[in-house]
Ligand binder design. Sequence first.
Ligand code: UDP
Length: 251
Amino acid sequence: MVSQAISEQNPRVRILGIPVDRITMDQTIERLEQFVAEGTPHQVVTADSSGIVLAQSDSDFFEILQQANLVTADSVGVIWAAKRQGEPVPERVSGVDIFARLCAKSAEKGYRLFFLGAAPGVAETAAERCCLQSPGCNVVGTRHGYFPEESDEVVAQEIAAAKPDVLFVAMGMPRQEKFIRRTRDIIKAPVAIGVGGTLDVFSGRVKRAPRLVQKLKLEWLWRTLQNPKKISKAKNLPIFVKMVLSENKRD
Ligand code: UDP
């Protein structure tokens, strides 16, 4: 029901077959609050161009993105592609920003948050720092993200016992989206969202960009230049551009 309501309220643009919601950051938070109020499981994806390229050769991941309840535009490439198709998205809605906003909402409304992912100790430090930043932020559990897929169900049972309203999974794409899809009916969190390297950022392991760089909305570039894995992911950007241009030519 809610996903139908969303597509009525927020038109979606299809980029290489992936539906992306044309939604602002404020509207995203409103939708997530609706999901929590509704109480049934919802999957949220923050899509970047690298993820969309990945989905073209991974049919399971493609299907997950198709079925997600909310897909936000989380890269300059996705924003460019939407604009090029004449259906612009209003702004970038990143996992890091959603995470910060929901931590503040948790302090205000008591939402139960669970942080899953990153190396041992990182989620705990991120929780401590979030509680300092947003006093009253209700983190009901944390767990590192280094476990084999065969353990997904066991980990899911552990998380379900904490009864989170919002589950953040910070294990990188597409592992985090596949974990959420596979365990959705065990954990039953009203909002489950993949947030990539966000716990590294909030734990202080990865430094945030200087304020000016954040203001210029260039934090993604700053983080890319500091992380060799991200530089290799950035190589997907020209592939994405080529795919979008050739898809548009076919239309
Ligand atoms: N990670 C994890 N389990 C794994 C592999 C990676 O928890 O099996 C974590 C890793 O420690 C890092 C995050 O997943 O904190 C991925 O961050 P990255 O910035 O690469 O993700 P992106 O935002 O680019 O998807």
